[in-house]
Design a protein around this ligand. Structure first.
Ligand code: AMP
Length: 320
């Protein structure tokens, strides 16, 4: 009953009345879980009808503070109804990757989203998302073949296909992605531009632990010793960024030296690129990106740096 009243206050009296859901009515801020495309679509269409933008945060669950910073960014959008999707997308995992081992903690995730006052959670199963298996897909083009794409050739097609589906399913106006997966953010932005999707993509800075390790659901795989080794990656990026004023070669050799000093780390790539992942500029915004395996865990990280300029020479930085 209370739920229906809240829905009414929210000017969406039709919700809960005829959705035919066995999950009860929708109450804003209560992290109501929707498992079907039809149900979440009914909610978000109704929200848009009453002038409320839909803000989507796509995730694979095993939520941590990094995901919650995307939620906070979405909640800053005025009047938005915030939807978090939780779906471990089989299409973006290749044979032999960690699809089966990937942590699935739906109950705990929903609790966190409830505590964060998220409006709705979309948690479909694979049959709901791919009733005909993978058939029509979205291909990323050349940007999907570099960096991560060189090691995971089918990964970004899997990501784009599911993100496109989530955009259609939730009718979202805004979508939030972490810079932690910087190439993913660029590939999604490109899809939105190239396919004229009416979605605004927002990038959110990386959340790290105090010692520098970028938060990741995959950190759960790390033993204590491996976690210690994994710190080398963020340390190398920080060291590279520190010498940004010295130019590309200096940045790369500094970061590489730190990684190579730890023989247990198997480096997939360490690359310096422009902010759009093209050639790095002589002077200006660049990204230093790394992927490496620590034990059996594959980790990625990246950092922004002012190439040829240096942080201390940027106005307002390093003063006082
Ligand atoms: P995942 O559940 O790993 O697919 O991640 C879902 C979203 O959370 C993606 O947009 C990620 O880039 C973002 N994300 C994951 N870890 C972090 C982090 N440490 N800081 C910021 N965003 C993150």
């Amino acid at each position: 009953m209370g739920n229906t009243q809240s829905a009414k206050q929210d000017s969406t009296p039709e919700l809960g009345a005829d959705r035919g859901s066995d999950q009860g009515s929708f109450t804003p801020g209560q992290a109501t879980v929707f498992n079907t495309i039809e149900e979440i679509g009914t909610l978000t269409r109704a929200m848009r009808k009453v002038g409320r933008p839909v803000a989507l945060v796509p995730t694979m669950g095993a939520l941590h503070e990094g995901h919650l910073s995307l939620v906070k960014a979405a909640q800053r959008m005025p009047r938005a109804v915030v939807v978090v999707s939780i779906f471990v997308n089989p299409l973006q995992f290749a044979e032999g990757e960690d699809l089966d081992a990937y942590p699935r903690t739906l109950e705990a995730d929903v609790e966190k989203l409830h505590a964060a006052s998220v409006d709705a959670v979309f948690a479909p199963n694979a049959r709901e998302m791919y009733p005909n298996g993978p058939r029509t897909t979205v291909q990323p083009g050349a940007i999907g073949a570099i960096l991560e794409g060189a090691f995971r050739p089918t990964h970004f097609a899997g990501v784009l296909t599911v993100v496109n589906k989530l955009f259609q399913i939730t009718h979202c106006d805004h979508a939030y992605f972490g810079e932690k997966d910087y190439q993913q953010l660029m590939v999604i932005q490109q899809m939105v531009n190239d396919l004229n999707m009416g979605v605004t993509v927002h990038g959110v800075p990386i959340v790290r632990q105090q010692d520098g390790l970028a938060l990741s659901s995959r950190n759960q795989y790390l033993s204590e010793a491996d976690r210690e080794l994994a710190l080398t990656l963020s340390a190398a990026l920080t060291a590279g960024a520190f010498v940004a004023e010295g130019g590309a070669e200096k940045v790369l050799s500094t970061a590489r030296q730190i990684i190579e000093s730890v023989p247990e780390i198997e480096l997939d790539y360490l690359e310096l690129r422009g902010a759009d992942l093209g050639e790095p500029p002589e002077m200006g915004d660049a990204r230093l990106l790394v992927a490496a395996r620590v034990g059996s865990t594959r980790l990625i990280d990246n950092v922004n740096l002012p190439l040829g300029i240096g942080f201390k020479n940027i106005e307002g930085e390093g003063e006082g």
